[in-house]
Design a protein. Structure first.
Ligand code: WAQ
Ligand code: MG
Length: 267
């Protein structure tokens, strides 16, 4: 599903532009499609980013057998303000070998906001590698099996964070970092009232960072940091079209300091 609204062109340009409001995707049994369509439509119509004037829903049969993956373990770091959040992001990413330059490019993309997909950035030189800079790359064809979904809900509930937003983000991040070329993902929601972001990596799992942005801010986005010299076409094809489902779930920890989280590397 994708929902947008029409806005006047930027100064000095002609015509109108489509502002991204909300998007969602999943892999479901055909019998669930009517319910999913209702849920996604309601989400688009009640989105905190504003009133949508266009909702596009697409349903496609997946013929390929989905590739099964393990969900990342979830933890939360204590963080009280955006400045502290930025420092925490820097610490995690530098341990993962992502340069300051790459991080600078990444923060730039998120600060600008307004994208429907994610940016791909090389972890060393900090170059933006995805071809459509306005749209980015939209991760799709991802889902979770029914038993894994029940387990994920139970584990997230134990930590008091069992919401659609967290569940969908954990599934997405697990697909993204399951590709060997991706070192880490940085995410900040573009919803004005959602201020928790995350850094996901195969090494440290899904690390939630509360107060990564100020309330009421509509900037946000996603950035995938990748190994230098990676085959970008192959990565985009994996993210956009390879069906991937979470079949098993990892533990969920409570809130800890960033050092505790970094010292408990799970793999
Ligand atoms: N593929 C690529 N990029 C995406 C996708 C996707 N499927 N969905 C969203 N994005 C990008 C896009 O640029 C959005 O503007 C941006 O991410 C933010 O999307 O554990 O809600 O849906 O509490 O606002 C993080 C949860 C929530 C943290 C993230 O993102 C937690 C969130 P949003
Ligand atoms: Mg959003």
């Amino acid at each position: 599903m994708r929902a947008s609204k029409t806005a006047p062109a930027r100064e000095g340009r002609n015509g109108e532009r489509e502002l991204h409001i909300s998007g969602a995707e999943g892999i479901y049994p055909a019998s669930e499609i009517p319910f999913v369509v209702t849920r996604y439509t309601e989400r688009a119509l009640t989105h905190p980013k504003g009133t949508t004037d266009k909702i596009v829903l697409t349903a496609e049969l997946i013929r390929e057998k989905p590739h099964m993956i393990l969900a990342l373990p979830v933890s939360t770091v204590s963080c009280r303000a955006p400045d502290e959040g930025k420092t925490i992001v820097q610490e995690i990413l530098s341990v993962l070998g992502i340069t300051k330059k790459a991080l600078h490019t990444g923060f730039g993309v998120i600060q600008k906001g307004g994208m429907r997909g994610a940016a791909i950035i090389s972890a060393g030189r900090g170059f933006r590698l995805d071809p459509d800079k306005q749209r980015g790359v939209r991760v799709s064809r991802l889902g979770i099996t029914a038993p894994a979904s029940r387990m994920l809900s139970a584990r997230l509930s134990d930590c008091g964070i069992n919401t659609d937003i967290v569940r969908e983000a954990v599934i997405l991040a697990s697909k993204v970092v399951s590709h060997k070329g991706v070192i880490a993902e940085l995410c900040v929601s573009d919803d004005p009232d959602y201020t928790t972001g995350y850094v996901a990596s195969d090494t440290f799992g899904y690390i939630r960072i509360p107060h990564i942005k100020v309330n009421k801010s509509t900037v946000g986005g996603r950035v995938f940091f990748v190994h230098e010299g990676l085959d970008i076409t192959g990565l985009i094809s994996y993210l956009e079209t390879t069906p991937v489902m979470v079949g098993r779930v990892s533990p969920c920890a409570g809130t800890h300091s960033v050092y505790e989280v970094l010292n408990s590397s799970h793999r």
